[in-house]
Design a protein around this ligand. Structure first.
Ligand code: ATP
Ligand code: MG
Length: 241
């Protein structure tokens, strides 16, 4: 994008100096490319920040429902453009999980952003959050009995099977007409994956071409830790008494 910005600026200062129509058009391209560059740099910075902390599992408690409701608001305008409705199916009794607010916000934002970007016009995007004992086949979940499952389902063109394992690679994009048209840097899902690694969570992707895709995030529920914490408090209380 930088090369293209420089190129267009040069043209505007030289050959296209007095061409009003070219000016409008080129300025629009410059603005778009600058925006792309800025998003790319922000995404790369986020990734390296998350990687830097990769070995510290977050310890603060987060309320996933609050994060979901907050992020949903950011997409109102984008939804209106495509006449897409977001439907929330949230279990209000979700336990708290451990995590980092801002990073889990990025997970919700990137998945919801994709769903809206890749879903068809006049469709519904469904966000579900529930407690589940159907755990993903993943090392992190070997010692857990329950997880919080957050999923985003769209009615888009779907993703051919062979691409699915590669979607979380940096810069990987399915080369469909639609992907090419809507633009993006291909870092969104890489960020999701890194955040989830750090949280000892997992991502699963189900998709059917022509029907749509569902991206599901699993976060562990720390029953032992919660119990442990409670017991510790009790113990400390008896010690004080
Ligand atoms: P960015 O998120 O950085 O703006 P992006 O959306 O292209 O760009 P990712 O979010 O990492 O990048 O997604 C990678 C690719 O996976 C996309 O380019 C698209 O081809 C495919 N993809 C992701 N989500 C969906 C979806 N809900 N439906 C269909 N394809 C999807
Ligand atoms: Mg994306």
């Amino acid at each position: 994008p930088l090369a293209s910005i420089i190129g267009f600026v040069e043209t505007l200062r030289g050959p296209a100096k007095d061409d009003e129509r070219a000016r409008d058009e080129f300025l629009k391209v410059i603005a778009e490319q600058a925006e792309r560059m800025s998003k790319l740099i922000n995404d790369l910075l986020s990734l390296s920040k998350i990687e830097m902390n990769a070995h510290y599992i977050p310890t603060s408690r987060v309320d996933l429902l609050r994060i979901i409701r907050g992020e949903k608001q950011h997409f109102e305008w984008a939804c209106k453009q495509k006449n897409v409705t977001i439907r929330l199916k949230l279990n209000d009794n979700l336990p708290m999980t451990k995590g980092e607010d801002e990073e889990l916000g990025q997970v919700v934002r990137n998945l919801l952003g994709n769903a809206i970007k890749y879903t068809n016009q006049d469709t519904e995007v469904v966000i579900t959050a529930k407690l589940t004992s159907e755990l993903p086949v993943d090392n992190y979940f070997r010692n857990f009995s329950r997880a919080i499952c957050f999923s985003v389902q769209d009615q888009g063109e779907g993703i051919p099977k062979e691409h699915i394992p590669r979607l979380t690679e940096r810069f990987y994009r399915v080369d469909s007409a639609r992907t090419r048209k809507v633009g993006g840097t291909g870092l969104g899902l890489a960020i999701v994956k890194h955040v989830l690694n750090r949280h000892h969570g997992a991502l699963t992707i189900d998709s059917e071409v022509g029907v749509g895709s569902t991206f599901s995030v699993y976060l562990p529920v720390y029953e032992d830790a919660l119990e442990h914490e409670a017991r510790q408090k009790e113990y400390l209380a008896t010690q004080k008494a």
